[in-house]
Design a protein around this ligand. Structure first.
Ligand SMILES: CC(=O)N[C@H]1[C@@H](OP(=O)(O)O)O[C@H](CO)[C@@H](O)[C@@H]1O
Ligand SMILES: [Mg+2]
Length: 580
């Protein structure tokens, strides 16, 4: 690093000092005041680039965001590609904020850079910061002089703190000589990731282009519905809870172009972001979000989270505020069913000539939180089901190993990934079928799968594109939300969290289903679980909150509750404050 660059960095970073004594997590706490107090006066500064980037109470984040700006510029130089920075705290309360990096593919920041991100965010002063940077660029062979200039796209959700944080990120980016920052304004997280991905392919990447792609492929899927597929059962009205965030706003603006679908968008900005609304609330509390009530019973409803990368569906139970939840596992099952059926048509009856079918590998990726009934259902469909640890980066990475990889977390984050090889083959096959058997089942299946690959976001889970795919498939099958919900019946489950002395003392294996440390606790969990028919239970340290999570499943709600509570006691015994 030359002297000029060094002094620019020293100067700019001294304008963004880290807050005194900070522990950064993305926990959702009501007691912000106490959190800030604890963060300021307790155990020293500690920022950690978790499964969702850096998250904290917004007023603590300026310095972190500034530093991530620098990091993004370095990543852009190293990869010779456009990098994205999204300012959001997703479903967290409105006073929080956060920042995450989108890599050139539009996916999450490579895991190899996470330790550097942590160290960099926690550097106590500008000199230390510049030293870290110097060491890192040497280690990673990043040439700052004479390299193509860094390009970073910036986006933010609707949080009031977003604007000043974008400015801090810009200052970070611009303190690398030659770097440029393009502000995309208020966008959903998946839009920003999509823009990065598309831009790196040399294609125009505006919000208009994004919606155009969604609309064109959605219309195609509707046009390709076989004549005679009855859609009488599909209520054509959909009500969407926008979490009072960016997704609701975007959908409300986009809605007039969606002529095939009647959408009533609620909670698109008048209320407090994520307060009693949104996919996280609906999935966890299993009650109607604000603005919904018994009058909506029977109608198909969906809920987005605060940055529109999660989607769940639900229907309101008659005369109550309770809901029948259709979660990420069921969205995954619907997608898997449809894709499998279309692949069947595509490979379908051989015409006596050479086998033109491509044996595309189709895989499904879940975490241990997936309801056991969903995993059984997917296996019954004959699909390969793989479990990974919690966190989108793990699921995404695994899904990318298949020609068609479908992943979802139960909370509604997921997408479908298509390999380049498969898509190239499919384009060619589609052209062949166009000339030999236009309109045949095989040809229509090829067209449908191509349309799905354009509709569904290949960069990250995307509530808006996921919603359109759900809607298209329900129309295709002629299914109501109730019919969809009956694909299988969820096993009753209970999720609890326990405060412990040190959650990092819990070490798990096998996609977090087995605890190897503390020793003996797994044996005790197994003994408890064995008491319940179809019992399943696991514990793991949260990556985003200072707790150990307990998940239990059993044949009845009472049994699931009892199992979860008895395992909470075990966690207390082995790891709780009385265990020392
Ligand atoms: C049980 C659960 O829902 N865990 C969530 C939560 O992670 P934890 O590591 O469990 O705190 O936040 C992650 C980021 O949003 C999300 O990917 C994950 O699914
Ligand atoms: Mg989110």
């Amino acid at each position: 690093m030359n002297q000029q660059q060094r002094s620019i960095l020293l100067q700019s970073s001294s304008r963004f000092p880290p807050p005194p004594g900070t522990i950064i997590s993305n926990s959702r706490s009501i007691f912000i005041f106490f959190r800030i107090l604890i963060q300021y006066f307790l155990a020293g500064v500690k920022f950690s680039y978790g499964t969702s980037g850096f998250r904290a109470e917004a007023s603590l984040l300026e310095s972190t965001v500034f530093r991530v700006g620098i990091l993004a510029a370095l990543r852009s130089i190293q990869t010779g590609s456009v990098i994205g920075l999204m300012i959001t705290a997703s479903h967290n309360e409105v006073s929080d904020n956060g920042i995450k990096v989108a890599d050139p593919s539009g996916g999450m920041l490579t895991q190899q850079w996470e330790p550097f991100a942590d160290a960099f965010a926690n550097a106590p002063d500008p000199h230390f910061l510049v030293q870290l940077l110097d060491d890192f660029v040497k280690k990673e062979n990043i040439t700052l002089e004479g390299a193509p200039a860094a390009k970073v796209l910036l986006g933010r959700d609707t949080r009031p703190s977003g604007m000043s944080l974008v400015e801090a990120a810009k200052q970070g980016i611009l303190s690398i000589i030659g770097a440029s920052a393009t502000d995309m304004g208020v966008v959903t997280t998946p839009q920003l990731h999509w823009m990065v991905r598309v831009k790196n392919k040399g294609i125009e990447a505006s919000e208009y282009n994004y919606f155009d792609q969604l609309l064109t492929s959605f219309r195609c899927l509707l046009d390709y519905i076989p004549q005679g597929n009855s859609n009488n059962n599909v209520n054509d009205k959909l009500i969407v809870d926008g979490a009072d965030g960016v997704g609701g706003q975007k959908l409300e603006n986009f809605k007039p172009r969606l002529s095939y679908l009647t959408v009533d968008v609620r909670n698109y900005g008048d209320g407090v972001l994520n307060e009693g609304v949104g996919a996280d609330y609906v999935q966890k509390e299993k009650v109607v979000p604000r603005g919904f009530g018994p009058a909506d019973a029977g109608i198909r409803c969906a809920s987005l989270d605060g940055d529109a990368d999660r989607l769940v569906y639900f229907s309101v139970v008659s005369n109550s505020n309770k809901i029948d939840l259709v979660d990420g596992d069921k969205i995954l099952s619907l997608f898997a069913l449809f894709i499998k059926e279309q692949l069947g048509f595509l490979n379908g009856p051989e015409d006596g000539k050479a086998n033109k079918s491509y044996q595309a590998s189709l895989g499904v990726v879940q975490t241990a939180y997936a309801n056991g009934a969903s995993t059984d259902y997917l296996k019954q469909l004959g699909l390969e089901v793989v479990l990974t640890p919690t966190g989108v980066k793990y699921l995404h990475e695994k899904a990318a190993e298949f020609d068609i990889g479908i992943y979802f977390e139960a909370n509604g984050h997921g997408t479908i990934l298509f390999s380049d090889n498969f898509l190239s083959w499919l384009e060619i096959r589609n052209n062949e079928l166009l000339s030999t058997s236009k309109g045949s089942d095989q040809h229509m299946a090829a067209l449908r799968i191509l349309a799905v690959s354009k509709l569904i976001n290949q960069a990250v889970g995307d509530a808006l594109s996921g919603l359109l795919l759900v809607e298209a498939i329900l129309q295709h099958l002629g299914w109501s939300i109730h019919k969809w919900n009956e694909l299988y019946q969820d096993l009753p489950s209970r999720q609890l969290k326990v405060k412990v002395v040190d959650r990092t003392a819990v070490i798990t294996e096998n996609a977090e289903t087995v605890v190897v440390r503390p020793v003996d606790i797994q044996e005790a969990i197994d003994a408890e679980t064995a008491k319940y028919p179809r019992g399943r239970c696991f514990i793991r340290p949260s990556g985003t909150e200072d707790v150990v999570r307990v998940y239990a499943e059993a044949l009845t709600q009472e049994a699931a509750d009892n199992l979860a509570h008895s395992v909470v006691k075990l966690v207390d015994k082995y790891l709780g404050f009385g265990s020392r």
